[in-house]
Design a protein around this ligand. Structure first.
Ligand code: SD4
Length: 340
């Protein structure tokens, strides 16, 4: 850690928001750990993560594993036709095709599986689990991932005729763009990253997204990359990311959060310190649009995002809530803003 714990806390300049406890000294305090009796603990990105948490909790209470909870919880969000950033209802790429990224990790055995740029399959998280459990590989991409899914019995939900028309439209658009400036990637992008600590203290996590809207065909973000969009370490904890993948994957963001927890930081402090470290080095500073959630083996949890932070969902045996993360909105070392 390049900042001592004390100087880190003293120099933290955080947006103080609902769900963040504020001490008398005005310093944002990390959420307290649920007591052991409140386990399992499920933490996920965004308010729509709550539906995943609630489904995952049911799986765990019925005797399922943390890994089952991750797969089935994320499956609920992937199946939600109204979700415009996860699953087949998600945002298409610049060619008008929805290409999905997902990964899953099991702390038990330190196993991982991943798929990227997968087309026409409803549950990429389940395909990722199948890659992990039935192949000697970790990651399959594009047409190979799709062929694997079909061989494994996943239903195809795309039509070649639709794809052909979309590609033709894309070529027409590209030709027009070459004369003008290329279209920027879409701004609207929200990924489900879900990390789970079972009552048996086993940890698992998963991540699923349609990625940035209007991305170039074949672009892969952070979400299916182990260590970037998700990382699970059964000795320490787990972390997941959402936001602009390019700003996470250049730094192995989720791995970094877990490593800060390994050094003793609370999950929330680990998320904050990761963002601050990236911002110190990155030419964009804090203009990164990145967010992390994390939990540790002791059942503590937290989250942080750039700017004003972001909403995330926390579920235990006793409650299921949407909280607001602190926002890291000033570079390290800047004078603290006036606090309430
Ligand atoms: C990506 N990280 O593909 C994903 C998108 C996302 O919130 O998380 N948006 O870059």
């Amino acid at each position: 850690m390049d900042l001592s714990r004390r100087s880190f806390l003293a120099s933290s300049a955080l947006a103080i928001t609902a769900g963040t406890v504020v001490s008398r000294r005005g310093i944002a305090q990390a959420p307290t750990a649920p007591a052991g009796s409140e386990l399992p603990l499920l933490v996920s990105t965004w308010p729509f993560g709550k539906a995943a948490n609630d489904a995952g909790l049911k799986v765990l209470l019925a005797g399922g594993s943390a890994l089952d909870a991750v797969e089935q919880g994320i499956g609920v969000v992937e199946a939600d036709a109204h979700n415009a950033s996860v699953g087949l209802g998600g945002r298409p790429n610049a060619a008008g095709v929805v290409q999905l990224d997902a990964c899953i990790m099991s702390g038990l055995g330190h196993r991982g599986g991943s798929v990227a740029a997968l087309e026409g399959i409803r549950h990429p998280i389940s395909v990722a689990r199948r890659v992990m459990e039935t192949t000697p590989h970790v990651m399959l991409v594009g047409e190979g991932a799709r062929m694997f899914a079909l061989e494994e019995g996943f239903e195809s939900v795309r039509t070649d005729a639709q794809d052909h028309e979309r590609h033709a439209a894309w070529h027409r658009k590209r030709a027009a763009e070459r004369k003008n400036a290329p279209a920027p990637p879409g701004k609207n992008h929200d990924t489900i990253a879900l990390v789970v600590l079972g009552a048996d203290r086993q940890i698992a996590g998963g991540c699923s997204t349609s990625g940035l809207g209007n991305k170039l065909p074949g672009r892969v973000g952070d979400s299916p990359i182990l260590g970037s969009g998700l990382y699970v370490d059964n000795e320490v904890g787990a972390a997941g990311a959402t936001g602009i993948g390019e700003n996470v994957m250049r730094y192995c963001g989720s791995f970094m959060v877990v490593e800060y927890m390994r050094q003793g930081l609370h999950p929330q402090e680990a998320c904050i310190e990761t963002i601050r470290r990236i911002a110190r080095q990155d030419p964009k500073g804090l203009d990164l649009s990145i967010n992390f959630v994390a939990l540790d083996k002791q059942g503590r949890y937290g989250a942080a995002g750039t700017g004003q932070g972001f909403p995330y969902s926390v579920t235990t045996r006793l409650s299921s809530r949407v909280l607001q993360s602190p926002g890291v909105n000033q570079p390290a070392g800047a004078p603290a803003a006036a606090r309430p």
